[in-house]
Design a protein around this ligand. Structure first.
Ligand code: FEO
Length: 394
């Protein structure tokens, strides 16, 4: 089956429904796609490859599309092995293949696979003419690795964007954005962005600035749908996420052993709802993987972090979330802290230390109670909920 993007450009992606964890860390409940694209012209070019696990399916389809022709170019926008996994096999199949990449691509290519021949080095702005299609290379380092670049097809204005604008989730029949449920993929795109790319948001900003003024009709990312109906909408989402712009709402993430901290979470959420906050999401950090927590945190402007005390510190699952946030670096959040302890505490104090060390705004004092929530705690809780609501809605 051929999936045509435009004249001479075809989708050659594969769905991976077997892998549980992307990068051996991020859950894939609905799998993931690895997208590769084939251009057939006077010369042929493949844009990125796929994970090695899909080798048989991929090579069968590639050779069927080429109908006996040879492959002239392989463009490597990104060397992470979910896209670079097939380079060795392609070189064996097409010994004259020219591998187009930048200086940093080739360093990784040598270190990963020992490949030092067949190289066609490109610099920022360089082009390769295939006939009717011309490929222009735009270096966009650190979206997601140091060598990442994008390839722009000038005739049909297609941006092969690498990881940028990609999402988790397989393509289940619908390949193009006008064939899918957009809300689902937007959510999985934000999870991909916040988990994988968000740490490099300043570099995403530089890449978007570089693309500014380039007309884009179709975005072909290495994961998720092909964006052809309204690519500017997808670029706008990346603008927002990379600028740490968020929706008015509060994520309440708590760690609780015996329910006291959870009581506080429910009480604070109720009080914020009474004060007009309409988007409130409560999560037990021991149950929800931090991949989803990070994505929700990226989406909303407010965050309440709650923990019981555990060996004089926060609960280990809350510590893990704070550690992940310090690596990934969500910004511009209004953050409140709460928790319960049985004797000397330590949970609230250590979360507050994390918040103070981050670029977060703390609109109210933390609340820590001894044991269960009681009437004499209401005033402090109300003050925290009220300050959060005001900060979120103002
Ligand atoms: Fe899809 Fe950075 O790899």
């Amino acid at each position: 089956m051929k999936i045509r993007i435009t004249d001479g450009v075809h989708w050659l992606g594969v769905n991976d429904r077997r892998k549980h964890l992307f990068e051996n860390m991020w859950p894939l409940p609905q799998g993931i796609t690895y997208n590769s694209y084939l251009i057939t012209d006077e010369q042929t070019a493949l844009i990125d490859t796929v994970d090695f696990s899909a080798a048989a399916n991929y090579i069968e389809r590639l050779t069927a599309h080429l109908q006996g022709r040879k492959l002239d170019y392989l463009v490597i926008n990104h060397m992470e092995p979910d896209h670079a996994g097939m380079i060795g096999i392609l070189l064996r199949l097409y010994p004259e293949l020219k591998i187009a990449g930048n200086k940093k691509t080739f360093k990784l290519l040598q270190n990963f696979f020992g490949i030092t021949a067949n190289l066609h080095e490109v610099a920022d702005g360089d082009t390769i003419n295939l006939g009717r299609h011309t490929l222009k290379f735009i270096l966009t380092p650190w979206v997601h690795w140091p060598e990442t670049m994008m390839t722009y097809e000038t005739t049909h204005q297609i941006l092969f964007s690498g990881d940028a604008f990609g999402s988790f989730g397989t393509l289940d029949g619908g390949i193009f954005d006008d064939e899918i449920n957009f809300q689902y993929y937007e959510s999985e795109m934000r999870r991909y962005y916040s988990n994988i790319v968000g740490q490099y948001s300043n570099m995403v900003q530089k890449a978007l600035a570089k693309l500014h003024g380039t007309p884009v009709r179709v975005i072909c990312a290495t994961h998720g749908p092909v964006w052809r109906s309204e690519p500017s909408k997808i670029i706008d989402l990346y603008e927002r996420w990379s600028k740490h712009e968020a929706n008015p709402g509060v994520v309440v993430a708590f760690a609780s052993m015996y329910g006291h901290t959870e009581q506080l979470a429910d009480y604070l959420a109720r009080r914020m709802a009474e004060r007009g906050v309409r988007d409130i999401r409560i999560f037990d950090v021991s149950k929800t993987h931090l991949s989803f927590l990070i994505s929700e945190i990226w989406n909303y402007s407010g965050l309440l972090l709650g923990s019981c005390a555990y060996n004089g510190n926060a609960h280990p699952m809350m510590e893990q979330l704070c550690e992940a946030m310090s690596h990934i670096g969500p910004k511009n959040k209004q953050v409140g802290v709460f928790g319960s302890c049985s004797w000397s505490g330590g949970g609230v104090k250590n979360i507050k230390a994390f918040v103070d060390a981050s670029e977060f705004i703390c609109p109210a004092d933390p609340v820590e109670v001894l044991g269960t929530l009681a009437a004499d705690h209401y005033a402090a809780c109300d003050a925290l909920a009220s300050a959060m609501a005001t900060a979120i809605l103002s």
